[in-house]
Design a protein around this ligand. Sequence first.
Ligand SMILES: [Zn+2]
Length: 215
Amino acid sequence: MSAMRKEGVYSRRFAASDAASSVTPSNDSPADSRFHNPTALRRASLMQEPVLVLNATYEPINVTAVRRAMVLLLKGVAQAEELHSAEVHSAANAHRVPSVIRLLAYRHIPQQSRALSRKNILLRDRNTCQFCGSTFPSSELTLDHVVPRSRGGRSSWENLVACCYRCNNSKGDRTPEEAGFKLARRPRPFTLHTSRQLMRMIGHRDERWRKYLFY
Ligand SMILES: [Zn+2]
């Protein structure tokens, strides 16, 4: 557990739609001004809105944040396929905010491209404790080694699950069988299939994503 770096703040939007949380947190404006300035607050949250990323072949490959998507557009690496009605203003220009972007050069996506991290395990497990089945904000979840490390359990996709503190404490240094716990489902690596499922869950919120995700 201690070896796993806690990755970013992404619990805020999780309750509404799981994978929107895969967007990176904003560090756009100084925290103080953001909380006292409604315009800055709106802009900061707009910059964190999820954007669907398509490969050059229109295949959906990822979800990123508006901020990152706009960098890709400005660099000429991607082009906007769908736009939000909202705009962001820089010193000289107004830019429509993208909802879907497409990479201009085809990128090969390895079958398993997700890093083993706390964030990705919570994402895979949909912020659901794998022992009691309840959903929690990220801050109230920890990672549990199904087979405890003291018993040779490894830090791997197959041995790490999202777990609430209560279950984690009562399980202690025991296997699920010893503790009388049952896993909600067998932990698996984060595959392209998992990503697709998550993209579809977010896609339900945004009309503009549908034609790329549901075909
Ligand atoms: Zn639990």
